[in-house]
Write a protein that binds this ligand. Structure first.
Ligand SMILES: *Cc1c(COP(=O)(O)O)cnc(C)c1O
Length: 355
């Protein structure tokens, strides 16, 4: 790729390609980007239509998102200065890569994990080093005992496998690299994991990142947050305030504050998704699918009798979109987001017919 107007830096980038977002989702069963099949908390929806919201847009939003950070801190028994917010957790991740990982030493993350990590490495000129997952797709923490690492990042539960790494293993990682930051990306933790936020006060090198995009059903709002000791949050703020002072607009601050406070809605929503996930796993394994144990709102599965790519295509023809990764080690697997019970019944029926 090149263009005479582009800087050399832009010409050599390899940007992330998001999952397909079709213009119209009518007649389509969309199980490809791990969004919530249910609408967000009614309280959050009410905050969105509050009467004075329009007038408040005349002014710049609070650059520190103070109320929002206080609300997040209270949920996790942390202090507001231990919380950073960004425009989606992708932006929080970008600032974390810049603030902590931009070093001559390599950044460690699993060979199979969130495909944005290599993109940030490319963007910031960080060398990736990727210890392979075990054959069952679990993370072998002993493989991260690498001298001279620049840091560690992993999703927990991992994506796209859905496997959860217990906190005792996370603590081993933190102890392996006491001088470097370990980022735990908890985009899916509410669906059956346990948050490492409880370890923040004990580990000066721990940064935990969460998002409203998956369990809170607010992917369109764009709000992610990081939790860590104040010195790490200060590092992130230095990057943020050198880039964009107002990443969180006023509407987002109001809606996100209400959404995060509504714990009851969150618990109900996750229970519904988990129940549907377990039903779906049961039905697919009866059809002969191999299923990786999932603690997320998706399943990672290998179909019987047919290649993953062929099944992906056959489902696509029936207006069901799932995610297929044409990558080493996982090209025989599909990642299927958990939809409503009706959507998953349609998926199961389609698989039965195709096989
Ligand atoms: C979805 C996802 C994100 C991005 O979330 P946003 O807050 O929508 O930017 C980050 N990490 C992982 C592992 C994800 O799956």
């Amino acid at each position: 790729m090149s263009n005479p107007y582009w800087s050399p830096a832009i010409a050599r980038l390899h940007p992330y390609v998001p999952g397909e977002q079709p213009k119209s989702t009518e007649r389509l069963i969309k199980l490809n980007t791990n969004e919530s099949p249910y609408p967000p908390s009614p309280k959050a929806q009410a905050a969105l239509s509050a009467a004075d919201l329009g007038d408040s847009l005349r002014l710049y939003p609070d650059p520190e998102s103070t109320t929002l950070r206080e609300t997040i801190a209270a949920q996790f028994k942390l202090k507001p200065e231990q919380v950073f917010v960004g425009n989606g957790s992708d932006e929080v991740l970008a600032h974390a890569f810049y603030s902590f990982f931009q070093r001559p030493e390599p950044l460690l993350f699993p060979d199979i994990s969130y495909s944005f990590y290599p993109v940030y490495c490319d963007f910031y000129g960080i060398e990736p080093k990727c210890p392979p997952l075990r054959d069952d797709f679990s993370i072998a923490v002993e493989d991260y005992a690498i001298d001279g690492a620049g840091g560690v990042i992993l999703p927990n539960p991992n994506a796209p496998t859905g496997r959860f790494l217990p906190l005792a293993e996370i603590e081993k990682l933190l102890e392996l690299h006491p001088e470097r930051v370990v980022v735990i990306d908890e985009a899916y933790v509410d669906f059956g994991g346990e948050s490492a936020a409880s370890l923040v006060d004990r580990y000066p090198n721990l940064l935990v990142i969460q998002t409203l995009s998956k369990s809170h059903a607010l992917a369109g709002l764009r709000l992610g947050y990081a939790m860590g000791q104040a010195h790490l949050i200060e590092g992130l703020n230095r990057a943020k305030n050198s880039f964009n002072s107002y990443p969180i607009d006023g509407i987002c601050q109001r809606v996100a504050t209400v959404a995060i406070a509504d714990r009851e809605w969150l618990a109900d929503n996750c229970t519904k998704v988990i129940n549907t996930r377990e039903r779906t796993c049961q039905a697919l394994s009866e059809l002969g699918f191999e299923i990786v144990p999932s603690s997320a709102n998706f399943i990672f599965t290998k179909p019987p009798k047919i290649t993953a790519e062929a099944l992906y295509q056959a489902l696509r023809e029936r207006n069901i979109i799932v995610r297929y990764f044409n990558k080493p080690r996982i090209s025989e697997y599909l990642r299927i987001s958990i939809g409503t019970d009706e959507e998953m019944d349609a998926l199961i029926a389609a698989c039965r017919e195709i096989l």
